[in-house]
Design a protein around this ligand. Structure first.
Ligand code: EPZ
Length: 430
């Protein structure tokens, strides 16, 4: 099992190219199930989750062709992938596949819309919380589907003639359930209005792609989305938006270590709330041509309180990294997690580096320390693991992060990107 060895203490200087967003790429890839034409996606990141979904889609009958990587001067490359689902080969998504990646549950939307039926394994819990599927069941039921749970699977069946547009308001904001409703309602008869929809940029990216495929969606990016159903969708070419979580992660790393880094190929407007928090912590962040420039001052980190919320609030996917940054603030800060009930597994690992953190319910109290010291630590989930990398970059001495397969799910070429900026980070394959 691979490990990552970090020798901390170096400031970061240079350019870090930001990849296409994992959390946009996954629903966009799933949208290829909605059409018999080819959906071409550019800027698809090379990540374990993306490769896993490629295998899952293959099981449903999607032909996949990957076009070589193009190396750019700043060290970035982009992959273009063609997805073609002439006919759906299988409307069942088995437990063995869905249990590995929750997003694969989302195939339920397009399979139901296109084939009138789907049998999809319940995703079950995961390390960061219970993550139920009630909102998917309610939403698709509102479109006329019969939803039945049987032996760990959801059997979904559309009425004769297909799903029917409806008004449905989510009782709670869900990114995944909003994605699924967009895909399902695009091929429903009549108009659907979704209330309390997720406003995340990845939802807007999916809506833009579906519209390029011939869907009629308006209001994406607001909490009310209207979808006029169409009888079929065609192929399209779409570029995956930049990864705002990767962007925020590296910005926090620079704020932590000090230095001057340009994050290229990304967009500051995707993460206003997080950028504001990073600025309040003392780093200088500005929009530059084609990206963002971050100047960190290392030791002069100010304490900042944050609360995670659905977009446009502070993202839960940056909570662990921000806590990593706050471990070296010159004062006390508080981090409150409101999206997932168990997303504090990084706390005990950060403590191994010398952080002083106490937990009380959903709030962590972080008392900044003047120095962290390297230690062996264990990655527990994707974002938690990168907070340990951030901690390790600022710690004195060696930090060894084990179970890095968590990192590989969502951070493309992390060691290479950091090494190019002067960090000492290497992967050790045992
Ligand atoms: C997406 O997960 C992201 N995943 C997550 O990123 C992210 O943390 C999350 O949105 C919140 O921003 C992808 O895009 C692939 P939700 P999703 O449905 O869609 C509850 C990462 O690190 N809920 O918005 O699964 C749920 O339990 C990952 O990249 C229900 O109660 O999240 C949670 O408390 C991790 N019933 C809240 O809603 C439901 O039916 C928000 O979850 C569905 C969700």
């Amino acid at each position: 099992m691979d490990r990552i060895r970090i020798v901390g203490g170096n400031a970061l200087n240079g350019i870090i190219p930001i990849s296409g967003a994992k959390n946009a790429a996954l629903p966009l890839m799933i949208a290829s199930l909605l059409t018999s034409d080819t959906l071409t996606l550019e800027n698809v990141p090379h990540l374990a989750d993306v490769e896993g979904l490629i295998r899952i889609l293959g099981n449903h009958g999607v032909d996949i062709a990957v076009n070589g990587r193009r190396e750019h001067q700043d060290g970035s490359y982009s992959r273009t992938v063609h997805f073609t689902c002439r006919t759906v080969a299988d409307t069942t998504a088995p437990y063995e596949l869905v249990s590995k990646m929750r997003a694969s549950f989302w195939v339920i939307g397009p399979l139901l819309a296109r084939e009138g039926q789907a049998r999809v394994s319940l995703p079950g819990g995961c390390a960061i919380g219970t993550r139920p599927v009630d909102l998917f069941i309610e939403g698709l039921t509102a479109l006329g589907a019969e939803m039945e749970i049987d032996g760990g699977y959801i059997n979904a069946k559309a009425p004769k003639g297909g799903l029917i547009g409806a008004r449905y308001t989510f009782p709670k904001v869900s990114v995944g359930a909003t994605h699924v409703m967009l895909m399902a309602a695009s091929l429903a008869r009549g108009t659907t209005v979704i209330g309390n929809a997720a406003r995340e940029p990845e939802v807007v990216d999916l809506a833009n792609c579906l519209n390029a495929m011939g869907a009629k969606i308006s209001g994406a990016g607001t909490s009310s989305i209207t979808i006029e159903g169409v009888t079929s969708l065609s192929g399209a070419r779409h570029r995956v938006l930049p990864d705002r979580i990767e962007t925020g992660t590296y910005a926090m790393a620079v704020a932590m270590t000090g230095g001057d880094v340009t994050l290229s190929g990304t967009d500051i407007t995707l993460l206003d709330t997080a950028i504001e928090a990073i600025r309040r912590a003392g780093a200088e962040v500005s929009a530059v041509d084609g990206g963002i420039r971050v100047i960190g001052h290392g030791d002069a980190i100010r304490p900042v309180d944050i609360v995670t919320e659905p977009f446009p609030g502070f993202p839960t996917d940056l909570q662990a990294q921000f806590m990593g940054l706050m471990t070296r603030a010159n004062g006390v800060s508080h981090v409150t997690e409101t999206i997932f009930e168990n997303r504090f597994m990084h706390v005990q690992e950060l403590a191994r580096l010398g952080a002083k953190i106490t937990l009380s319910g959903q709030t962590a109290r972080i008392e900044g320390v003047t120095r962290l010291r390297g230690a062996p630590v264990m990655a527990t989930d994707l974002r938690a693991s990168v907070s340990l990398v951030i901690g390790g970059l600022a710690a004195e001495g060696e930090t060894m992060v084990s179970r890095v397969y968590h990192l590989d799910r969502g951070f493309e070429r992390l060691e290479e990107k950091l090494t190019r900026c002067g960090a000492i980070v290497e992967r050790i394959s045992d």
